[in-house]
Design a protein around this ligand. Structure first.
Ligand SMILES: *[C@@H]1O[C@H](CO)[C@@H](O)[C@H](O)[C@H]1NC(C)=O
Ligand SMILES: *[C@@H]1O[C@H](CO)[C@@H](O)[C@H](O)[C@H]1NC(C)=O
Ligand SMILES: *[C@@H]1O[C@H](CO)[C@@H](O)[C@H](O)[C@H]1NC(C)=O
Length: 309
């Protein structure tokens, strides 16, 4: 792909050089100069188009995820996560664009269902939720509170080891902490166990790897997003319109929308509460990202009227 770009550059330069040197005597000047300038700028436009197009394709071919990386270019990713690599952020240099794209390879349906708007909205919602989970933002932060996603790798002062000892299917390993780690802040033995099983690592004996390997870190976030854990639907199904509420869901006001995704992620602590600050932070991130993706947010952003699962 790069070769095509270089070839184009060579040809274009040749042509303009020839035109310039063929330019007749100065008297006929104005038109000729204008035309040379025009053709040069035409060439430049064409070239930058070829260059951006081919470099985009190149990156996407490597990641084998054309639809996702065409939606989230490196430029957009950097605009979204303005401060993730600041010195102030403990996750500095951990969450890379590369690891995000590579991880998404394992979940080909992510950001690939429905219309173009649906795809963008799903990706924006995912990035917004992981941003709240790892936020380093505060009300008066530079660039605003919603420019500080992916600042943390792991929970700073966990209140417990997040071991549900009544869960016999995914027994805690002695001395291990299942605190929040990675973009979605995966927590609890009953999440580390199945995430590890699905992704090929030992989540119960080696939960630390989620904070030490950025590819695995992003994979755990996408695994959580894509996987239905009954009675909850998957966040993916909710954002792409595949969620069918049961009678109990309807009675609990669990209607589709970003608010329901918040309910799936942390509803037990955050939903059914008027004006919860954590929920507003999740919504604030989503609004900023939806704007950057040039897509509307859809209805039901809040979960203040929803019962949790
Ligand atoms: C992503 O995949 C590319 C191509 O396979 C590889 O070169 C790169 O090291 C990977 N990066 C990460 C962080 O996994
Ligand atoms: C792995 O993660 C743990 C925290 O979960 C951290 O204390 C440790 O330093 C990390 N190790 C490496 C090699 O990054
Ligand atoms: C559902 O929402 C309405 C307001 O729209 C509220 O009055 C009602 O209490 C909610 N139901 C539950 C179960 O939270």
């Amino acid at each position: 792909m790069i070769a095509i770009g270089r070839l184009g550059l060579g040809l274009c330069l040749d042509v303009s050089i020839k035109r310039a040197s063929l330019r007749p005597v100065p008297r006929q000047g104005t038109l000729a100069v204008a035309m040379a300038a025009l053709s040069a700028s035409y060439c430049l436009t064409l070239l930058s188009f070829i260059f951006f197009f081919s470099s985009g394709i190149l990156h996407c071919t490597e990641a084998r995820r054309f639809s996702l990386c065409s939606q989230v270019s490196k430029e957009l990713f950097d605009k979204i996560f303005l401060h993730k690599d600041d010195n102030a952020c403990p996750a500095k240099n951990f969450y890379t664009y590369d690891s995000f794209l590579n991880a998404s390879k394992f979940f080909p349906k992510f950001g690939a269902a429905g219309s173009s708007a649906t795809r963008k909205r799903e990706v924006a919602a995912f990035l917004a939720q992981i941003s709240h989970e790892t936020t380093g933002g505060w009300a008066t932060a530079p660039d605003g509170p919603y420019a500080w996603g992916l600042c943390f790798k792991e929970e700073v002062s966990p209140q417990s080891n997040y071991c549900d000892s009544t869960n016999k299917e995914w027994p805690c390993y002695p001395g291990k902490s299942y605190k929040g780690r990675g973009p979605i802040q995966l927590s609890w033995n009953f999440n580390y166990g199945p995430a590890g099983k699905a992704l090929g690592f030992d989540g119960l004996r080696n939960p630390e790897i989620v904070a030490n390997n950025s590819l695995i870190a992003f994979k755990t976030a996408l695994w959580f997003w894509m996987t239905e854990q009954k009675p909850k639907p998957s966040c993916h199904d909710v954002m792409v319109g595949r969620y069918v509420p049961t009678k109990a869901d309807i009675a609990a006001n669990r209607t589709a929308g970003y608010g329901l995704v918040t309910n799936i992620i942390n509803g037990g602590l955050e939903c059914g509460i008027p004006n919860d600050g954590r929920v507003s932070d999740r919504i604030g991130y989503f609004k900023r990202y939806a704007e950057l993706f040039n897509v509307d947010t859809g209805p039901n952003l809040d979960c203040e009227n929803q019962k949790s699962y």
